[in-house]
Design a protein around this ligand. Structure first.
Ligand code: F6P
Length: 342
């Protein structure tokens, strides 16, 4: 078979481990030819391919980013995008396409599936917001990087008697914030799932300082929202999928805390640092398992599916299940985290 592979959307640590898994099993065991499309769906629309072989993918397991490049190109965003993508698949004689991506990339894969393309999805995102899989690879690495940063901020916060606000990515889900905040011992965690009241946040910080603490750590998810009518946030540009670019709520929260409490407050926006560098061991293993299962699905002609982690098992689910709804933070997890607030 001729198998196409692409990585779309925001990059994340572990993408190369998936590619390596696909190639090693696909070429090594089944004798398939594997072709990589450059820069996500853009490479399919523009017919930009590279050969992926065991030799060319050697040594990429610990490397961050993606050797194929990525983009947020949406073939459904232009008049001829879909026709060009389907033409490319025919011209390159692609028997199956493995799309490694998040909600947007997999959404395009699902739609192309209805137009005749034979696709298998692999869930990727640091945000961990895809339903049908317990975890996406990249998430563990992002949480570890954020936790390391919070640990470092603790010591400098303590030296200077400061409030430290740490903004983390995660889009409209608070998974990175809640996990890194819990692991790093944050005193307040603000997530999109629970609109925050800045008065209450300041009250908790004051209460903590009255009880003898001389510093506080506040973790803010980039998608955190104030209770309606309490604070105004500016909104950013949108991408080809209509998503607003987030980031900056940490600045607003920092200014308000300093103004209202009088405590010296600083902000650190971790941003793309969370997506960079080498994947954790957990993400390398999960990505490798996903890659191997994806090529198994192709080999079995089990198309319009996505590989997923459910419990300890790698399973296949209909690709539509993954994009149907956003997976948001479990209220029970938030309740555990909130035991340590203030
Ligand atoms: O979806 C992954 C993610 O890193 C989000 O957490 C973040 O909001 C977004 O991508 C940033 O996108 P970009 O790299 O296009 O700025």
């Amino acid at each position: 078979m001729r198998v196409g592979v692409l990585t779309g959307g925001g990059d994340c640590p572990g993408l190369n481990a998936v590619i390596r898994g696909i190639v090693r099993k696909g070429e090594g065991e089944y004798g398939h030819s594997v072709l990589g499309f450059r820069h996500g769906w853009r490479g399919v629309v523009d017919d930009e391919v590279v050969d992926l072989t065991i030799a060319s993918t050697r040594g990429i397991l610990p490397r961050g980013g993606t050797i194929l490049g990525s983009s947020r190109t949406n073939p459904y965003g232009t008049d001829d995008g879909v026709a060009r993508a389907l033409d490319t698949l025919e011209r390159e004689r692609i028997d199956a396409l493995i799309a490694i991506g998040g909600e947007d990339t997999l959404g395009v894969a699902a739609k192309l599936g209805t137009e005749g393309a034979r696709v298998v999805g692999v869930p990727k995102t640091i945000d961990n917001d895809l339903s049908a899989t317990d975890y996406t690879f990249g998430f563990d690495t992002a949480v570890q990087i954020a936790t390391d940063a919070i640990d470092r901020l603790h010591t400098t916060a303590e030296s200077h008697d400061r409030v430290m606000v740490v903004e983390v990515m995660g889009r409209h889900a608070g998974w990175i914030a809640i996990h890194s905040g819990m692991a790093g011992g944050a005193d307040i965690i603000l997530i999109p799932e629970r609109p925050f009241d800045i008065d209450e946040v300041c009250g908790r910080i004051r209460h903590r300082h009255q009880r003898g603490a001389n510093f506080s750590i506040v973790v803010v998810a980039e998608g955190a929202q104030p209770v309606e009518g309490t604070l105004s946030l500016s909104s950013g540009a949108t991408d080809e999928f209509g998503h607003v670019r987030l980031g900056g709520v940490g600045n607003v929260v920092t200014d308000e805390i300093e103004k209202r409490t009088g405590f010296e407050t600083r902000v650190t926006i971790l941003g793309h640092v969370l997506r960079g560098g080498t994947p954790t061991a957990y993400d390398r293993v999960l990505a490798t398992r996903f890659g191997v299962e994806a090529i198994e699905a192709v080999h079995d002609h089990d198309f319009q599916t996505m590989v997923a982690l459910q419990g300890a098992q790698i399973v296949r689910v209909p690709i539509d299940d993954a994009i149907r709804e956003l997976k948001t933070v479990d209220p029970a997890l938030y309740d555990v985290a909130s035991v340590f607030f203030g």
